[in-house]
Design a protein around this ligand. Sequence first.
Ligand SMILES: [Zn+2]
Length: 275
Amino acid sequence: MKYLIILSVPSLVLFNFAMAQHPGLGNPIVHKISEDVYAVTNLDHSFKYGWTNAGIIFTENSVIFIDCGMTEASAEFLWEPARKNLQGNEKIYLILTHEHCDHIFGMNVFKKKGATVIAHELMIEFLKEWSDKYKSTMIKKLKWSQQKGDKIFGEVKLSLPDRVISQDTVLTINGETISLLSTPGHSKTQLTVYEPKTKTLFASDVIYQGGNPNTSFGGTQEWKAWIRALQRLKSMEIEIICPGHGNLCGKDEIYRNIGYLQGFIKGFQSRGEYK
Ligand SMILES: [Zn+2]
């Protein structure tokens, strides 16, 4: 496998894998934040929101994936750095940050490898209703043929999480702690993941780097909750943010996303609209 090492970004080494292009892969970049913490950006996204991102954290006897891409090809790509580092007896975890297809469609790739899936408890209700029809609904929305959908998304088999949380939770895995924060707004099930050793926040869709947050899944109450979640993140010690979409960034994007949402609510209310 060929890869390109770019040294121009301070404190990060980027591996841009020139993999044989799969239609559902995108153009992924693996960012090595530390020996044990990786962010992956530029995974395939079939809608207009650009790429999808994910994360990987290694502990002594485990590997924790944060989201699994919109396609099974993306999930297989995420597995690749793990495969190289694992002995074979490690525990595998997959944290799903929320229920949207661009973060969960690859999940069966990890289930087949024995992953314990962790998500917000409200995901159960959603998956019970949607697991059998989510892929076909997306194929229809994208106006694709079934064949194209199968080729890009892969099989897509969605299953219920093995472990659910309903509030902030500290996971202790092999003595390492990772915080799962309940940060609703974009979605009711929205989680963010904080890795304290590198002070990395895997923010998922609480933060859209460089673009407008996608507000289409809620109304004024949810957008206000979203701002509260961002204000909370603002007070944390964070050095690197891996957003749900866009490039790795710093805390300035928290301020920009808050500003956007505040302006969005103001504009919405000044037009006398209510949602
Ligand atoms: Zn997303």
